[in-house]
Design a binder for this molecule. Structure first.
Ligand code: PMP
Ligand code: GLN
Length: 390
């Protein structure tokens, strides 16, 4: 059997959701809304299903969705992309990340990753025989350690893969940070895989900036979006990559060998969604901002050290001010078992520095991540349960 996969644990999201179910806990762990996406988007997909759009669609995506992705890029960021030659539809951003890594990495190439990182990044880089170069962000500020990042780039660097707005930190990369990254990419003549699934989930006037819009970056970036996040439909697994025409054929060939196509009826729904008016996208972030505020205020009142969140579905909290002396893993486990509320330990987003899973030396190990993409009544109930437990 494949040694790397044998050594890979079950994802923390599955582990914690199973534990939540087992203890009938309110699941503020795995990031999925408990409300449905826009009815017109869902209806368009349902109608497409009933209309018989159920056979293999074109490999790189149905033309209507590729056009919608291109129009969305133009409307929000001024990115001009050819819908036929520069957009590839995938089965979720998860597939898109793997397809983009496959498109550029050869065995022995180095790939820069920024921790805390989403859990598919590292195993896929390693499975491709590439060498991960990890750079850590640390709470409470999650600032980009510029000297360390610069040192992670070298003659073998082929790509950097990073996520903004960033899960789990809620950090939105600034234009100055992006300019710093862009400069490294240009100097080392490499590519960027930009996981931008939370592009529309930003708060307090923070605006998402695609790295692709910076000077010199248009040809080097593969920009990834997800219908799961943009339309609160995480089970749909429809993702989209925008990249230069010189890169798209390889991304498409990776997709061809991973899933080949993505359900055409869902693609129809997403196409309807991406051309919705600006009010939809503004409403999405203001609706979530109110939930962020509700949960942040409640957690603060309970004594958690709540860190600011500029985007995503997530709040990270320091559990030490509660008087918790153990680590985040034991905290999240105990919270699930006793308070009946589930959160995700942030250490899960840091790579162990050795093969023993405990040894993620120096990574912060007293932070819990809470998802706030839930109905207000459920958020209030979770807070009440924690208050009764504390
Ligand atoms: N990247 C990040 C940072 C995520 O949080 C997620 C979780 N949904 C994904 C990628 C995967 O997105 P999708 O569900 O579209 O595969
Ligand atoms: N992106 C979601 C999260 O971070 C979960 C995705 C998954 O379960 N793999 O919670």
């Amino acid at each position: 059997q494949n040694a790397l996969l044998s050594a890979t644990g079950t994802t923390i999201f599955t582990v914690m959701s199973a534990l939540a179910n087992q203890h009938q806990a309110i699941n503020l762990g795995q990031g999925f809304p408990d409300y449905d996406g826009p009815p017109d988007v869902v209806r368009a997909a349902a109608e497409a299903l009933m209309d018989g759009r159920n056979q293999y669609p074109p490999m790189t995506g149905v033309p209507e969705l590729r056009e919608a992705v291109a129009a969305h890029n133009r409307r929000f960021y001024g990115i001009d992309a050819d819908a036929n030659a520069e957009v590839v539809v995938t089965s979720g951003a998860t597939e898109a990340i793997t397809a983009c890594l496959m498109a550029v990495l050869n065995p022995g190439d180095e790939c820069v990753l920024i921790e805390p990182l989403y859990d598919t990044y590292l195993p896929v880089v390693k499975l491709l025989g590439a060498i991960p170069k990890l750079v850590r962000l640390s709470p409470p500020k999650w600032e980009l350690p510029r000297a360390e990042l610069a040192a992670a780039f070298g003659p073998k660097t082929k790509a950097i893969l990073f996520n903004t707005p960033m899960n789990p930190t809620g950090k939105v990369f600034t234009s100055a940070e992006l300019a710093f990254i862009a400069d490294l990419i240009a100097r080392h003549d490499c590519y960027a895989i930009c996981d931008e699934v939370y592009e529309h989930l930003t708060f307090d006037g923070w605006k998402h900036i695609p790295l692709m819009t910076l000077p010199g970056m248009r040809e080097r970036c593969m920009r990834i979006g997800s219908a799961g996040k943009t339309f609160s439909l995480t089970g749909w697994k429809v993702g989209y990559v925008t990249c230069d025409r010189s890169l798209a054929p390889n991304v498409a060939k990776a997709h061809q060998n991973l899933t080949f196509t993505t359900p055409p009826n869902l693609q129809r729904g997403v196409a309807v969604g991406l051309v919705k008016d600006d009010a939809y996208f503004e409403g999405l972030s203001s609706h979530l901002q109110a939930k962020r505020d509700r949960l942040s205020r409640g957690l603060e009142r309970l004594g958690f050290g709540v860190l600011p969140t500029q985007g995503t579905y997530f709040i990270t909290t320091d559990v030490r001010p509660l008087g918790w002396n153990g680590d985040d893993v034991s905290f999240c486990r105990t919270l699930t078992e006793e308070a009946k509320v589930t959160a995700i330990p942030v250490t899960a987003f840091y790579a162990p520095r050795t093969d023993t899973h405990d040894a993620n030396d120096g990574a912060p190990n007293h932070y819990a991540r809470f998802a706030f993409c839930k109905g207000d009544a459920l958020l209030d109930m979770a807070l009440a349960r924690m208050e009764a437990w504390l």
